[in-house]
Structure formats: structure tokens, C-alpha cells
Design a protein around this ligand. Structure first.
Ligand SMILES: [Mg+2]
Length: 353
């Protein structure tokens, strides 16, 4: 083991995850919904297209999960309360959450509105005391609960917060890593999504304990050098990745699903033109210009196609970006019914000011 690993093994990381964040906020302003199955997503109308953003714990008992179509959620639990996503409100509450976190350290990596990693290695107090204080303050000042995990790295802190939800506090010590991790499904590991889980299952690997038995070379051969190495390390509870306080965005994008599949090219163009305006605003606010324009179309049979073009120079001009969109559109089969349309601007450069 290198010296770097030896020294970084002494880190103290906290992962904080607000419990059913959007649903908890809605319960707070509508006390009458407390304890009822509550589903936040799309326009809040389950007869329309859209997906579940957050389900309250009472709704989760019916097998309702984030990312599930609202219509499916309605079939599983027609008596649930459906509410639209009030993103502005959730951002305000999230800002309050971040202010509390900043009282503990400035080394914060936020993951979305309701999750963050804190590197508290430099703190003089014990990590578990800090974790406890954090929970108390969130409760007292926001009236909401969070699940908090403590570990020697991000991987273990995140697993810890996930193991004791909601309103949990869990510490994973280095000495108990194997005991805690071995029985868990591989999907509990960071960056292990549905595809990897399925591929591992094909290899007869279901738990982290199963993964532990696979030689490094086998993982590298199956999953590529970097990802194979990562799986090998993660199975052992090892993760050297630092808490990164700010992520430069790699792209700006937007997409939407039509309420009814459409062949109306004018409608598609109007939606894309709206996206251009929105994305240009985002680019300019961040001080970025983009080089590559990508249009995405999903047809009614769910087959999804993208067409991209890179400009000779980066731009934040709505006219140039929209001209690219118009040049890309004829590369799609526009006689078929379209379900979803998206636009992405990538290849970002920070504008010299
Ligand atoms: Mg959460």
C-alpha cells in the first residue's frame, strides 16, 4: 500500500442525506398530508406523463420509487396524494441546509439539493459528535430529519447513511468494513448502477461479499482497467476520492416528454427553440461558451437517437446554437412519432472576462 493510501485512510468523512426531502417539505407546509402516501412529481397529475421525484415513506411501502412513471405510481397507490414539483421552494430549503453544513466545515461536496459529503478530518471533535450536532441543528432549524453516515471515506460514509434511514446515524469503522459490507447487494456501492448490477449478476455476483472473491484481473478484463480497479477497491471499502467542493459542469442540457407523442415538426422546433433560450441563459450566468450541440429524440417505441455537431469555435449565441439545431433535425427520421426531445450544449469553455 502506498503512503498516500496510508495517510488518506485517516480521513473522517460525513455523508448527510435529507429524508424524502421534497415530500418532507410538502408535509411541513401541508400538515394534513402527514403520514399519508405522498408523491411528488411532474405537474402532480398522475394521468399525465411525468416521473416520481420523491415519494414519502408511507408511499414507499407501496413499492413507489423515484424515477417511476407517475401513472405506474397511481396504479400501485391510487389513494396517494400527488403534488407537483415546486423546485423554487425546494431550492430555498436546500440553501438553508447548506448554510447549516457550512457551520461545520467549508469542505463540502453537495450532491443535488439534499445530499452532501463533509470532510471533517481537521476537526478536533469526534466525528460522531459532529454528526449528532448536525442532525440536531437540521431538526431544530429546519424541522426536518436527515440520515447521517460517518466513515473513513466517501464510499463508506454514503453506505452508512443509507443503512439507517430515515433519521439515522451510523458509523462504519475501518475494522468492521468487511463484516458490514459483505452481506449488502453490490448496488449499494457508489457508481454501481442497474447495468453493472445486471452484468455482475450474470457472473454470479450479487453481494459485495461475492465481489470480494473476484480477482482484480477478472474485473479489469470484464469492466475495463479503471472501473475494474474501482470495483475491486470498493468491495474492500477503499475509496481515495477527495471531497470536491465545486464541480465544473461538463454540459448544460434540457429535455421534455410530450404529453402526447407527436409528428408536429413545428411543435418540436418550438420546444427546441425554448431550450436554446434557457440554455443560453444558463451558459451566460455561469460564464461559459459551448462547442458541441446535441439533439436527442426518443420515438414512441422508446428508441432514442442523438445527433451532434461541433462548432469551430465555442459560442453562447442563441442564433448560432439554434442554427445548429435546425441543421441537425433533418438527420432524424421526422416521419415517426416523437415522445421526447432534448438539447445539450457541451465542450464548455470558461469565457475570458
Ligand atoms: Mg435524500
Amino acid at each position: 500500500m502506498s503512503e498516500r493510501v496510508a495517510s488518506s485512510a485517516k480521513r473522517q468523512i460525513i455523508h448527510v442525506d435529507m429524508d424524502a426531502f421534497f415530500a418532507a417539505i410538502e408535509e411541513q407546509r401541508h400538515p394534513e398530508y402527514k403520514g399519508k402516501p405522498l408523491i411528488i412529481g411532474g405537474s402532480g397529475d398522475p394521468s399525465k406523463r411525468g416521473v416520481v421525484s420523491t415519494a414519502s415513506y408511507a408511499a414507499r411501502k407501496y413499492g413507489i420509487k423515484s424515477g417511476m412513471p407517475l401513472r405506474t405510481a397511481y396504479k400501485r397507490c391510487p389513494q396517494a396524494v400527488f403534488l407537483p414539483v415546486d423546485f423554487k421552494k425546494y431550492c430555498e430549503v436546500s440553501a438553508q441546509f447548506m448554510i447549516i453544513l457550512r457551520d461545520f466545515t467549508s469542505l463540502i461536496e453537495s450532491w443535488g439539493l439534499d445530499e452532501a459529503f463533509l470532510d471533517i478530518t481537521a476537526a478536533s471533535r469526534k466525528a460522531v459528535k459532529i454528526a449528532w450536532d448536525l442532525k440536531q441543528r437540521i431538526r431544530a432549524e429546519m424541522g426536518l430529519t436527515a440520515s447521517v453516515g460517518v466513515g473513513p471515506n466517501k464510499l463508506l460514509a454514503k453506505i452508512a447513511s443509507d443503512l439507517n434511514k430515515p433519521n439515522g446515524l451510523m458509523v462504519i469503522e475501518e475494522t468492521e468494513v468487511e463484516k458490514v459490507l459483505a452481506p449488502l447487494p453490490v448496488s449499494k456501492l457508489l457508481w454501481v448502477g442497474k447495468k453493472t448490477t445486471a452484468r455482475l449478476r450474470e457472473m454470479g455476483i450479487n453481494t459485495i461479499g461475492d465481489l470480494l472473491k473476484v480477482p482484480l484481473d477478472t474485473l479489469k478484463a470484464r469492466f475495463g482497467k479503471a472501473y475494474g480497479q474501482m470495483l475491486y477497491s470498493f468491495a474492500r471499502g477503499m475509496d481515495e476520492s477527495p471531497v470536491v467542493t465545486y464541480h465544473e459542469p461538463k454540459s448544460f442540457g434540457r429535455e421534455t416528454t410530450f404529453q402526447v407523442d407527436t409528428c408536429d415538426l413545428n411543435l418540436v422546433k418550438r420546444v427546441l427553440s425554448g431550450f436554446v433560450k434557457y440554455l443560453v441563459k444558463e451558459l451566460r450566468e455561469g460564464g461559459y461558451r459551448g462547442k458541441t450541440v446535441t439533439v436527442k429524440i426518443r420515438y414512441s417505441n422508446f428508441s432514442t437517437h442523438t445527433r451532434a455537431h461541433s462548432l469551430p469555435e465555442s459560442t453562447d449565441s442563441p442564433q448560432i446554437i439554434y442554427d445548429e439545431v435546425l441543421a441537425l433535425l433533418p438527420k432524424f427520421d421526422l416521419t415517426r412519432k416523437i415522445r421526447l426531445v432534448g438539447l445539450r450544449v457541451s465542450g464548455l469553455e470558461k469565457k475570458a472576462r
